[in-house]
Design a protein around this ligand. Structure first.
Ligand SMILES: CC(C)(COP(=O)(O)OP(=O)(O)OC[C@H]1O[C@@H](n2cnc3c(N)ncnc32)[C@H](O)[C@@H]1OP(=O)(O)O)[C@@H](O)C(=O)NCCC(=O)NCCS
Length: 207
């Protein structure tokens, strides 16, 4: 069996991405979404993430798409513009083989290169420790807990916030201002919604 390779996601990945995510939407509480987005909605998400200069990665193994990870703005207000939320999903048949670790390492490296300073994981408190352990192994620390903020599958659920600072990862605590980011700065401010009454076309996390 090949090692997983990680590369930027492309449009041809979206059906597989939709399929992976729809499993977790339907059968788990790891995401608070309750209706799985279709491939068209995923195309909008991929486009929105790319447009603001954030990474959207796919993991492939033996010619199959086995996972994906991306970042979205933590909040739309401008002063948050170097803070993002990560999302990472591995196909249920492929978990526990190091794919999540490969994806998260690559995602953090991409974030650092693009001038992101803080990465936040919003982890629903389920019985599955995998996400907490994955993030802990990648230097995330617990930043807080929001109690009973979600209701899914007949349960009120907490979220655990974990945070990874990239400020000390090659960029220094002076942050990015000293580097004269220019066009390299991620444009993670508000993105225009193209209608439909919601935020469905904006880049955002899925917690
Ligand atoms: C969380 C998730 C992305 C982890 O990906 P993965 O490929 O299964 O994880 P890896 O094999 O790379 O393992 C990463 C670490 O987590 C640990 N881990 C993985 N699954 C675990 C489990 N079920 N129980 C305990 N630890 C687990 C591994 O041992 C490893 O730690 P180590 O470095 O100390 O050995 C994956 O399980 C998943 O997609 N879960 C559902 C979606 C989800 O919860 N996403 C996160 C939303 S914030």
């Amino acid at each position: 069996m090949d090692q997983p390779s990680v590369r930027p996601a492309r449009t041809s990945d979206l059906a597989a991405i939709a399929s992976i995510y729809s499993h977790y939407v339907a059968y788990s509480t790891v995401t608070f979404e309750v209706r799985a987005p279709d491939a068209r909605e995923w195309a909008q998400r991929l486009h929105a993430v790319g447009r603001i200069g954030l990474p959207f990665l796919a993991a492939e193994m033996d010619g199959q798409l086995v996972g994906y990870a991306y970042c979205a703005p933590w909040k739309p207000r401008e002063a948050y513009h170097r803070t993002v939320e990560d999302s990472i999903y591995v196909a249920p048949s492929a978990t526990g083989r190091g794919i999540g670790a490969r994806l998260l390492s690559a995602l953090l490296a991409e974030c650092a290169a693009r001038g992101v300073r803080e990465v936040i994981a919003v982890i629903v408190d389920t019985d599955d420790p995998a996400s907490v352990k994955l993030h802990d192994r990648h230097g995330f620390v617990v930043a807080g807990r929001l109690r009973r903020v979600g209701f899914k599958h007949d349960r009120w659920l907490d979220t655990l916030l974990m945070q990874r600072s990239l400020g000390d990862r090659g960029l220094g605590d002076r942050g990015l201002g000293d580097r004269g980011l220019g066009d390299a700065a991620p444009k993670v401010g508000p993105t225009p919604s193209t209608g439909g009454g919601g935020h469905g076309h904006d880049a955002r996390g899925d917690s």
